[in-house]
Design a protein around this ligand. Structure first.
Ligand code: ADP
Ligand code: ADP
Ligand code: MG
Length: 672
């Protein structure tokens, strides 16, 4: 077995690999850039080595610097994680040359499968179904036109070297082809240094279902079932689960067999994933193979009980697989949410800044914490910067059934406490609460169809309102008790309150336009709270000042985020952010006589949500625009981000020009 593993990566995946190395008793060596001096993966590793400046090209992608770090540390193996050098065959060859083990597949398998055109040809040769299209690079618009006409629209353009959802364009009509081809090639060149594009039929309303495989160096290959990754935005996965609610045992077996066949065809070893898209008629088509550990691997670990990182390490050390296909059993259900620093209310644009407050659910849970796993990679106080992927952590839950995994996820999302950068927690919670999601009726269009291209939390189910009202009753009672305790102590210093004070209070909870009169009685186990004719028991150990309320409502775990602001509580729960007031019945009567104050209107200015290059202004002065309409395009983090109108209006003045380098908050245009 290896003595020491160097992890050529950062963030959550570096931490994830270090955890398994520890369990196996292997020393871990972290590498880090100047921007990551205080990063969690550096804290966690047995050793750490600075490899260069913040920019990935000079650090995490800098093969020379990493080779030097390997030599310096004396590591005998390298785990590449995902992204960065994980699918770089040249890097693997450099390692082999220096006698260092690579914890991943052999370089020729990486080359064959890393190229989408070549991998598709290999699949076809081995009788694996693929999407109709061409298996050669598109050279010009003439060729693109001809092939697209032959297979029929809609079609999808893809970068052969692509990954991470980049370099993909769906074209629904002939008139869009020319522009799409241009942007696709330029994105492929800037992201992958390889402008080769191919095209295939765009499968309507597909599901993304992938098969995890493990292969040792002795020719033994098993598959570990599937993951469904249909919850995507712009071809990037957002939530994943295992198993898929769509697959029968027979289909799982068929897809698993095809995945194993493909792996065998390239003499694969290590962990890998064969991705398929599945149409509404349950036909499945191979799309690509990822020759690395995948972001969403934890859901497979939770349903199979196999530690994939451990297996990768053992395989690289020349060990035989200790199990065969018949030993692999799927137990229960697992879900994963990718927690991103992005702003769902502004078209999901990346958000950068300091994680002023950061607390993972597992450390603040009331009651049980099993069924919740956090693969985190940050500390409170860390900076989310523009150099790296804005993923903050992965939240994974499991249960015996899909419903149970969802229940745990909803609870855990409410427990997650992040301040300082915009994040998608509320959006993820809204997906979990969505009835179509709960019914398992998924497709890669799910987010676009259910939420559009931005997410404004608004609708609240009746039962959620009642739950918030009840919890706020208990919260307000605890706050009132503390206040009177302090007051009594200040008056005579006795413990009179604790012995004799029986709290029994009537309050009015104001939620939006509605008023809910409630009655709160302190009981032995907590609070008896009645709202109208319905009564509830709330148990909690919450104390004033804690931003997360955790407790049980009629025995069920419940949590929400509560922050006191001036005269109200700011509440976040299942994707909803709302201001709630709890006041006395007399104050409630008086309140109805006070005129309302209007909030200032910030929606007239269109500001740049991040630093980046203004690529284009898509509107003119005087033009009328509708909510959701594209106003401008900003390039940041190698992605083209659309800035959309957040209301209907007329463009009255444009302040920036395409080609401008924008600061955060810089005024782009004004609306009326
Ligand atoms: P898939 O590549 O099929 O979406 P994953 O979701 O596991 O599978 O991978 C997404 C991750 O892949 C991203 O978070 C990123 O780390 C990594 N990645 C792969 N290729 C690239 C790339 N060219 N640029 C940036 N990230 C990439
Ligand atoms: P990447 O390497 O970026 O992960 P993929 O080839 O895996 O690229 O495609 C990413 C996503 O794009 C898929 O998960 C799927 O949602 C969508 N996609 C890819 N090919 C097709 C297709 N032919 N028809 C419909 N959707 C597709
Ligand atoms: Mg993919």
């Amino acid at each position: 077995m290896f003595k020491s593993i160097l992890i050529a990566n950062r963030g959550e995946i570096a931490c994830r690999i270090i955890r398994t190395a520890r369990i196996l008793g292997i020393k871990s060596v972290a590498v880090y850039s100047e921007a990551d001096k205080n990063a969690l993966h550096v804290d966690m590793a047995s050793d750490s080595i600075l490899i260069g400046p913040a920019s990935p090209a000079e650090s995490y992608l800098n093969i020379d610097a990493i080779m030097e770090a390997i030599e310096l540390s004396g590591a005998d193996a390298v785990h590449p994680g995902y992204g960065f050098l994980s699918e770089n065959a040249d890097f693997v060859e450099r390692l082999q040359h220096d006698g260092i083990s690579f914890i991943g597949p052999r370089p020729d398998a990486i080359r064959q499968m890393g190229d989408k055109i070549e991998s598709k040809m290999i699949a076809i040769k081995n009788g694996i179904p693929t999407v109709p299209g061409v298996e050669e690079p598109i050279l010009d618009i003439k060729m693109a036109n001809k092939i697209a006409n032959e297979i029929g629209y809609p079609i999808i353009l893809k970068a052969s070297a692509g990954g991470g959802g980049k370099g993909i364009r769906v074209v629904t009509d002939k008139s869009e082809l020319k522009n799409a081809l241009k942007t696709c090639i330029s994105e492929a060149e800037s992201s992958f240094g390889d402008g080769r594009i191919f095209l295939e039929k765009f499968i309507a309303n597909p599901r993304h279902i992938e098969i995890q495989i493990l292969a040792d160096t002795f020719g033994n290959i098993v598959h570990l079932g599937e993951r469904e990754c249909s919850i995507q935005r712009r071809h990037q996965k957002v939530m994943e689960e295992a198993p898929s609610p769509f697959l029968s045992d027979q289909m799982r077996k068929d897809m698993g067999t095809q995945a194993v066949t493909l792996a065998a065809a390239v003499d694969y070893s290590s962990a890998g994933t064969v991705e398929f898209i599945v149409d509404a008629d349950r036909n499945f088509y191979f799309v690509e193979m990822n020759t690395r550990l995948q972001v969403e691997h934890p859901v497979t670990e939770l349903v199979t009980g196999v530690d994939l990182v451990e297996q990768m390490i053992k395989i690289a050390a020349g060990k035989k697989l200790e199990f065969s296909q018949s030993d692999i059993k799927l137990n229960g259900w697992a879900m994963e949410s990718r927690i991103y620093a992005e702003d769902p209310t502004r078209g999901f644009l990346p958000s950068i800044g300091r994680l002023v407050r950061y607390r993972e659910p597992i450390t603040s849970a009331f009651g049980t914490t099993k069924n919740v796993r956090v693969d985190g990679g940050v500390n409170e106080g860390d900076e989310i910067n523009r150099y790296y992927d804005p993923m903050i952590a992965k939240l994974i839950t499991n249960g015996e059934t899909r419903g149970e995994a969802i229940r745990h996820m909803r609870w855990a999302l409410d427990e997650y406490y992040i301040r300082g950068v915009a994040n998608n927690l509320g959006f993820l919670a809204a997906v979990m609460s969505n009835s179509r999601f709960q019914a398992g009726s998924l497709s890669t269009n799910f987010i676009a169809e259910e939420f559009g291209n931005r997410f404004i939390p608004e609708k609240t189910e009746h039962e959620d309102i009642e739950l918030i009202v009840v919890v706020l009753g208990a919260v307000n009672c605890i706050v009132a008790e503390k206040r009177s305790r302090l007051l009594l102590r200040r008056m005579d210093g006795t413990s009179y309150y604790r012995d004799n004070y029986q709290v029994r209070q009537n309050w009015v909870v104001i939620f939006g336009e509605e008023k809910y009169p409630i009655r709160v009685i302190r009981s032995n186990s907590g609070f008896d709270i009645s709202v109208g004719k319905r009564s509830f028991v709330v148990e909690t150990d919450w104390t004033p000042g804690n931003p997360i309320f955790s407790g049980r409502l009629n025995g069920e775990l419940v949590s929400m985020q509560i922050e006191r602001e001036a005269t109200f509580y700011k509440v976040q729960h299942t994707g909803l952010t709302t201001d709630v007031r709890v006041i006395s019945p007399i104050a409630a009567d008086m309140l109805s006589m006070i005129p309302e104050k209007l909030a200032p209107d910030y929606s007239k200015q269109v500001l740049s949500p991040m630093p980046g290059l203004l690529m284009s202004i898509d509107v003119e002065e005087g033009q009328e625009v509708n909510l959701g309409e594209s106003l401008a395009t900003v390039e940041a983090m190698k992605m083209e981000n659309k800035i959309v109108a957040e209301r209907n209006g007329v463009i009255i003045k444009i302040h920036s020009r395409s080609g401008d380098n924008l600061e955060v908050g810089q005024l782009i245009m004004e609306l009326k």
